[in-house]
Design a protein around this ligand. Structure first.
Ligand SMILES: [Zn+2]
Length: 72
């Protein structure tokens, strides 16, 4: 990572804790975005497997845009 922290220094300790939380959160969000999940197609209402982004419904061939609302 190329970052150094002086843990005995309280502002560095805060920085370290914050950076750690950010990286853990980023990994969790990346994993979630790659994951596919079941979603009801808004057009034909059938359950389809989707991932974050644009998906083509295999039943009605329409584009289903899935946006994950993740607040960081
Ligand atoms: Zn559909």
């Amino acid at each position: 990572m190329g970052k150094t922290y002086n843990i005995s220094n309280s502002s560095d300790m805060r920085r370290f804790t914050r950076d750690l939380q950010n990286s853990v959160q980023k990994i969790a969000i990346d994993a979630l975005k790659k994951k596919s999940f079941e979603f009801a197609c808004p057009f034909c209402k059938r359950p389809i497997q989707v991932h974050s982004g644009n998906n083509i419904c295999p039943y009605c061939r329409r584009t289903v845009n899935v946006e994950l609302n993740i607040h960081t």
